[in-house]
Design a protein around this ligand. Structure first.
Ligand code: HEM
Length: 83
């Protein structure tokens, strides 16, 4: 696979992961807090599982951002040197 295809795959997955991360973050924002909150669910998924999904997808997001920076490092270094 050439570098352009690798960048395209990484960036497409990065966008999809960002959408899931933002949506799960929004679900956690509207989720109730307090003792009864463990009985609350959205789309059949309870608050605990939304938290798990958000945390795990958050780490995948950070990893993909690092890979994205690495794959585009020449461009970034060029931009920094240009000033
Ligand atoms: C689009 C970006 C993000 C948005 C909008 C967002 C939003 C939120 C919201 C609203 C909460 C609930 C806070 C509360 O309970 O008071 C939350 C919790 C959390 N977020 Fe994010 N977040 C984002 C990115 C990330 C990233 C990149 C990570 C890194 C791993 C992360 C890790 C966590 C963790 C560990 C929690 C606690 C989860 C739990 O309650 O079980 N978030 N986030």
């Amino acid at each position: 696979m050439d570098m352009r295809k690798i960048r395209l795959v990484v960036d497409t997955v990065l966008i999809a992961v960002f959408v899931i991360l933002t949506l799960s973050g929004f679900v956690l924002y509207i989720a109730p807090s307090g003792p009864g909150s463990k009985y609350w669910s959205f789309l059949g998924i309870n608050k605990y599982k939304w938290g798990m999904l958000h945390t795990q997808i958050g780490f995948v997001f950070i990893l993909l951002v690092l890979i994205h920076f690495w794959l585009n490092r020449k461009l970034f270094i060029g931009l920094i040197k240009m000033k």
